[in-house]
Design a protein around this ligand. Structure first.
Ligand code: F6P
Length: 332
């Protein structure tokens, strides 16, 4: 293998830049040339690429977002779009590809792998919903941002004696809500993986007040309901729906905060920079060794390769132990 391409696709995640930097420099170290593909699969379809050098990736390890930019590409989900992508890779002499992103991105990586392009995926999504790997890039930074926000909201919640509903990201998954809610000391954490009874929650809040609580925090993953999708005109935040229910059923003053895109920005944490750096260089080594059609992941302390077909076919389970403790504490 002489030449590889790198792209980032889907929702950006802190740590992507660390992975781009590491993959680029590791590839150059091993004597490969590197093509940066702009705007994910959409840029690939359009042939939007440039030659990368060691200097192209200087001064980015500390920045969230992605220097290669990102996009969601409906065209790439079609076989015509995928053929165009393969054509551009072959025309540029790109023999191996590293794709960095979440669930949809890794499904795209599988499609390219099935079309004969040696591909390695790097999991990157604040949702942390990629199976087999303990962590995806961006999760740790986003969870810390959410905990910081919950802490700030808690200050004003306790001053005013209010309920506060805080909606965090997580389109189909509650990993972020669970981690941030537990670390932020939320009374209730609502996630798509677990059914909940809103009346029981309201009764619990009222019992808490009867026991002497002066405020309560309810963390809600955006994926528990409402509508979140590409048609922005139809966006209804589930946080506001839950907030309205709680207000009406308890008669208590209830405020709502949707954390939204602040969770995708900010300085990447040590963990996301370290994971990005390790994932990037491991992905290059996997390409060189022909260990493709895989994703790089971390399991405990160990960096491992996982089969991409199994990864995209599996829903990552939530940590039941975290959920059990969250439920137990909500009673007290
Ligand atoms: O998948 C990551 C994520 O941040 C989700 O939590 C969120 O629902 C979605 O991306 C938002 O996507 P977009 O940037 O396209 O609005």
């Amino acid at each position: 293998m002489k030449r590889i391409g790198i792209l980032t696709s889907g929702g950006d995640a802190p740590g992507m830049n660390a992975a781009i930097r590491s993959a680029t420099r590791a590839a150059l170290y091993h004597g490969l040339s590197v093509v940066g593909i702009c705007r994910g699969y959409q840029g690939l379809i359009e042939g939007d690429m440039f030659e990368m050098t060691s200097r192209s990736v200087g001064d980015i390890i500390q920045r969230a977002g992605t220097m290669l930019r990102s996009a969601r590409s409906p065209e790439f989900t079609t076989s015509e779009g995928q053929k165009k992508a393969v054509w551009h890779l072959e025309a540029r002499g790109v023999e191996g590809l590293i794709v960095i992103g979440g669930d949809g991105t890794l499904k795209g990586a599988k499609a390219l792998s099935d079309l004969g392009i040696p591909t390695v995926g790097i999991p990157a999504t604040v949702d942390n919903d990629i199976a087999y790997t303990d962590y995806a890039l961006g999760f740790d930074t986003a969870a810390n941002t959410a905990v910081d926000a919950i802490t700030k909201i808690r200050d004003t919640a306790s001053s005013h004696g209010r309920n506060n509903v805080i909606e965090v990201m997580g389109r189909d998954a509650g990993h972020l809500a669970l981690a941030a809610g537990l670390a932020g000391g939320a009374e209730y954490i609502l996630i798509p993986e677990k059914p909940f009874d809103i009346q029981k929650i309201c009764d619990g809040i009222q019992k808490g007040y009867a026991r002497g609580k002066t405020h309560s925090i309810i963390v809600v993953a955006e994926g528990v309901g409402g509508y979140s999708g590409p048609d922005e005109s139809r966006y209804d935040s589930v946080g506001f729906i839950i907030g309205q229910e709680v207000r009406e059923r308890t008669g208590l003053e209830t405020r709502v905060t949707v954390l939204g895109y602040i969770q995708r920005g900010g300085t990447p944490t040590r963990q996301d920079r370290l994971l990005g750096t390790m994932f990037g260089s491991k992905a290059v080594e996997a390409l060189i060794q022909g260990d493709t059609g895989k994703i790089v992941g971390i399991s405990g302390e160990e960096f491992r390769m996982f089969d991409i077909c199994e990864v995209v076919a599996t829903r990552k389970p939530i940590n039941e132990e975290l959920y059990r403790v969250a439920t137990l504490l909500s009673e007290m």
